[in-house]
Design a protein around this ligand. Structure first.
Ligand code: ADP
Ligand code: ZN
Ligand code: ZN
Length: 728
C-alpha cells in the first residue's frame, strides 16, 4: 500500500496520511486535494512511503494529485521543516503560509497567461526547419516561421497581428519543439543607465564577495546613507547573473519596491525580474512565483514573504535594510525573514549580503565576533556629497509655537528661499495628537485596546491606530462635562496646518499612512517630490527609509525624546537607527544637508553620537549596556504570549506554564507580566519571557516545554511562542 504524508493548513501539528496507489517519490512536493473531516482540503505531499501509524480502516484515499505544476523543490520543503522546528509552529501551517494564496485553494492548476506575458522564439531545431517543406496552403505557418527568424523574440501581440490563429499555431510549434516560450522581458527600460565607476570602498566590497561567490558567508555591508550600497548589490548580481544563477533581494517596505525595481530593470534590461510583495493581486503573485520556481526569473525582488519562494538556481541573497523590524512577521508564524534568508543561503551554500547604514545590534555584534564578514563604506558615493551636519535645538530655551521652534522655522524659510526641499519628520510612535480635557485630564481611549485614540482633525474623528476603531468627537468631556476639550500633541495634520499658516506660498505635502492608502498614491508622491513640485514634506517613518531625494537639503525632527526613556530596551537603538535614516535623506547629491533636532535633552549621548554620525560608538555603548543587563544579542529569547478576555486568565495560564517548565540551569524563566500594549482588540495580553545564553539549549528546552503546553486545556485562552521577539 502506498501512503502519502500531507501537510495541511491546520493547527494540529502533524502530517496526515492518505492512500495514494499511484504516488511515487517524484510526487513529493506536489499539491494534493484530500478529504479532511467533512470537507476537502489542499495540501502538499511531504513524503511517500508504505507504512503508517494510522489504522487501515481509518485511512482515506487521496482525492486528486495536482501534477500540472511541478513539485516544490526538496530544499524548500527542508526550509519549511526548519522553520516549523525553530519557530515551533505547525508544519502544515508553515508550508501553506509560504505559498501564494492561489496555490492554497483548489481551483488553480496553471494560472491563465495573458498575451504579452510571454515571448516566443525559435529553438535550435526550429531554426533548422525548412520553410519550403511546409505546404503552401499553410500560409500562416510559413509566415510565422519567417517572422520568427527575425532576430529577437516575438510577443503574443505580434503573433496575433499576423493571424487570429497564430497563438494556436505557436502552441503547435512548441509541441513540435520548434519554438520556445520565454517570460516577457520587461519593457520599461527605456534609458540606458550610466554605470558609475566604483569608489575604492565599493570596489573592495564587490571584489570581496565575488571572490567567494560559490560559498556560504554572511556579509554585513555596513555603509553610511548614500554610500552606494545598491551599486554594490548590482555589481555582485551582475556577476551572479553571468553564471546563470538567481538572486533573491529582500527589502522591508513594499513602498520601496517600485524604486528599486526600476533601478534593477534599467541595469538589467534583458533579465527576467519578478517582484513579489503584498501589493500584487493573487494572479500576479502566483505568476511571479512560478517564474521563480521554473528558474526563468533571475532576479526576485520582494518583501519578507518572498523568502519562501522556490529558487532552483539560487546564487545570492541580498537583504537590504537588514535592521528593519518589518522583516519580522508579528502574527501567525512569527518568523524573521532576515534570519530565514541566512538559513537559506547556508542551505544552498551561497553568500548572503545584509546591507544597512545602521545594522541591528545583533548583526553588528556578529560582525565583531567574526561570525559575519564585515564590509564598510565610510563615505558617500557621489563626489562632494558629504554627510549632513546635525544640530540640536534645545526646546527648553527656544521659542516654540504649536510644536515648531523658531530656529527650525527660520531654517525652513531659508530653504524655501533657496528653492530647496525640506522634510519635517514626526516620530509617529507616541506622538500622535490625542484628545484631552484640560479641566479633569480625561483622555479619549480606545475601549478595545489599552491605547489612546488619535485625533484626525479633518474628518473630525477619533481613530485607534491599533485596531482601527473609529468614533466621533465628543461634544464635551464625558467625565466632567467641560466643553473645552482640545487635541494635545502634534500629529502630521496639525503640523501641516501650522506650516501652511507660516509659509502660505510653500507647497506642502503630508506623507503618512493615511495619505498613502490609495494603491498608486505612493508613486504619485515620489514623482511629485522628484519633479520638485513640493517644497516642504511632512511625514512619518514612511519617509525615512531608503528613498533618494536629490534636492532635499533640510530635515527637521520634532520631539524624538519619548523613545529615550522607554521601557523597551530596544527603543534607543530604534530611535538612533531612525534618526540616522531620516538624517540620511538630506544632502545626498551635491547640496549640503542640514538636520535640526528639537529636543529637551541635547546632551544625551545618543544625540552626541548622532551629531558625529558615529554609529559605532553608540552601538558599542548600547552593546555594553545590553551585556551588563543580559539582553540580546548576549542572550537568546523566546516569549510565551497569551491572550484572554480577562487578564487573570492569561496570567494564570502563564503561571501554570512556568510551573510545568522544569527548566534546566542554563534557562532563565521570568515572571508572567502584562504586555506593554496590555489590551489589544478587546483582549487582555500578557507574556512570559524565557532566555538562555545558548540558542541550542533554548531550542531543546522549548521543544520539550511546547509539548507540555499543547496538552493544556485551550478554553478561554490563546497562546503562541514568539522566538527572538522584537516587541514586548
Ligand atoms: P545607499 O543605499 O548606500 O544609501 P544609494 O545606493 O542609494 O546609497 O546611492 C546613493 C547615490 O549614489 C545614488 O544616487 C547612486 O546612483 C549614487 N552612486 C552610487 N555609486 C556611485 C559611484 N560609484 N559613483 C557615483 N555615484 C554613485
Ligand atoms: Zn473633563
Ligand atoms: Zn483599539
Amino acid at each position: 500500500m502506498i501512503i502519502i504524508r500531507v501537510a495541511l493548513n491546520t493547527p494540529v501539528d502533524c502530517l496526515f496520511d492518505y492512500i495514494a496507489p499511484d504516488a511515487t517519490q517524484q510526487d513529493i512536493g506536489l499539491r494534493v486535494r484530500v478529504p479532511f473531516g467533512k470537507k476537502l482540503m489542499t495540501g502538499i505531499i511531504m513524503g511517500v512511503g508504505s507504512d503508517t501509524p494510522v489504522l487501515p480502516e481509518k485511512l482515506k484515499p487521496v482525492e486528486y494529485i495536482f501534477r500540472e505544476i511541478p513539485p516544490l523543490p526538496s530544499q524548500l520543503l527542508d526550509l519549511f521543516r526548519f522553520c516549523s522546528d525553530y519557530y515551533h509552529h505547525p508544519l502544515g501551517m508553515v508550508v501553506m503560509n509560504g505559498l501564494p494564496s492561489k496555490l492554497r485553494d483548489r481551483k488553480l492548476t496553471q494560472p491563465k497567461k495573458t498575451v504579452g506575458d510571454f515571448l516566443y522564439r525559435l529553438t535550435d531545431t526550429g531554426k533548422q526547419v525548412d520553410t519550403s517543406s511546409i505546404p503552401s496552403r499553410n500560409s500562416v505557418q510559413r509566415h510565422l516561421l519567417a517572422q520568427l527568424r527575425i532576430p529577437g523574440a516575438m510577443s503574443g501581440k505580434d503573433a496575433k497581428q499576423i493571424s487570429s490563429r497564430a497563438m494556436k499555431i505557436l502552441k503547435e510549434f512548441i509541441v513540435q519543439g520548434w519554438v520556445e516560450e520565454i517570460p516577457a522581458l520587461p519593457t520599461n527600460a527605456t534609458e540606458t543607465p550610466i554605470i558609475p565607476t566604483l569608489t575604492d570602498e565599493q570596489e573592495i566590497a564587490v571584489n570581496a564577495v565575488t571572490a567567494e561567490i560559490g560559498k556560504f558567508n554572511t556579509w554585513l555591508l555596513h555603509g553610511v546613507t548614500g554610500s552606494g550600497k545598491t551599486e554594490v548589490y548590482l555589481r555582485i548580481i551582475a556577476h551572479v547573473l553571468s553564471q546563470g544563477l538567481q538572486t533573491l533581494v529582500l527589502i522591508p517596505e513594499i513602498n520601496l519596491t517600485p524604486q528599486l525595481e526600476a533601478i534593477f530593470r534599467a541595469r538589467f534590461p534583458d533579465i527576467p525580474l519578478v517582484s513579489l510583495h503584498s501589493g500584487l493581486n493573487d494572479t500576479e503573485r502566483v505568476t511571479g512565483w512560478l517564474q521563480a520556481q521554473s528558474g526563468d526569473a533571475k532576479i526576485i525582488l520582494g518583501t519578507r514573504l518572498a523568502v519562501f519562494t522556490p529558487l532552483p538556481h539560487l546564487g545570492l541573497v541580498v537583504v537590504d535594510e537588514e535592521q528593519d523590524n518589518s522583516f519580522k512577521q508579528q502574527e501567525g508564524l512569527r518568523y524573521s525573514a532576515r534570519d530565514i534568508a541566512i538559513f537559506r543561503a547556508r542551505q544552498t551554500n551561497v553568500p548572503v549580503i545584509l546591507g544597512s547604514a545602521t545594522p541591528s545590534l545583533e548583526s553588528y555584534q556578529n560582525a565583531i565576533n567574526c561570525r559575519y564578514r564585515s564590509l564598510r563604506l565610510l563615505s558617500r558615493a557621489i563626489k562632494n556629497a558629504t554627510l549632513p551636519t546635525i544640530n540640536c535645538i534645545d526646546t527648553r530655551t527656544a521659542k516654540i509655537s504649536e510644536g515648531l521652534s523658531e530656529p527650525l522655522s527660520k531654517a525652513l524659510e531659508n530653504c524655501l528661499n533657496q528653492k530647496q526641499q525640506s522634510l519635517v519628520f514626526i516620530n509617529r510612535r507616541g506622538f500622535a495628537p490625542v484628545l484631552l480635557c484640560k479641566s479633569c485630564a480625561w483622555t479619549a481611549n480606545c475601549h478595545r485596546c489599552a491605547s489612546r485614540l488619535v485625533v484626525h482633525l479633518r474628518e473630525k474623528k477619533l481613530r485607534c491606530h491599533h485596531c482601527g476603531h473609529l468614533e466621533n468627537f465628543p461634544r464635551a468631556c464625558p467625565k466632567c462635562g467641560d466643553q473645552d476639550i482640545t487635541p494635545f500633541g502634534h500629529g502630521t495634520q496639525r503640523i501641516e496646518d501650522k506650516l501652511a499658516e507660516r509659509f502660505p506660498d510653500a507647497r506642502i505635502l503630508r506623507v503618512d499612512r493615511d495619505s498613502i492608502r490609495r494603491k498608486d498614491a505612493w508613486q504619485v508622491i515620489l514623482r511629485t517630490i522628484q519633479k520638485q513640485e513640493v517644497d516642504i514634506l511632512v511625514g512619518t517613518q514612511l519617509l525615512a527609509k531608503g528613498h533618494d531625494f536629490p534636492n532635499l537639503s533640510l530635515v527637521g525632527i520634532l520631539n524624538p525624546d519619548i523613545s529615550l526613556y522607554s521601557t523597551d530596551f530596544r527603543a534607543s537603538e530604534r530611535l538612533f537607527i531612525q534618526l540616522m535614516q531620516v538624517a540620511g535623506r538630506a544632502g545626498r547629491a551635491g547640496i549640503a544637508g542640514n538636520v535640526l533636532i528639537q529636543t529637551e535633552f541635547p546632551d544625551h549621548p545618543l544625540y552626541h553620537a548622532l551629531k558625529r554620525h558615529d554609529y559605532d560608538s553608540l552601538a558599542q555603548t548600547l552593546l555594553a549596556e545590553r551585556k551588563v543587563a543580559g539582553f540580546p544579542p548576549f542572550v537568546y529569547q523566546a516569549l510565551l504570549r497569551a491572550q484572554a478576555h480577562h487578564i487573570d486568565t492569561a496570567l494564570e495560564f502563564l503561571s501554570n506554564a512556568a510551573a510545568v517548565a522544569q527548566p534546566p540551569g542554563n534557562i532563565e524563566i521570568f515572571d508572567p507580566v502584562p504586555a506593554q500594549m496590555s489590551r489589544l482588540k478587546g483582549l487582555e495580553r500578557a507574556h512570559l519571557l524565557v532566555q538562555s545564553h545558548s540558542r541550542k539549549r533554548l531550542q531543546t528546552f522549548l521543544t520539550e516545554w511546547h509539548k507540555k503546553l499543547k496538552a493544556f486545556p485551550t478554553r478561554k485562552i490563546r497562546w503562541v511562542l514568539d522566538i527572538d521577539p522584537l516587541e514586548f
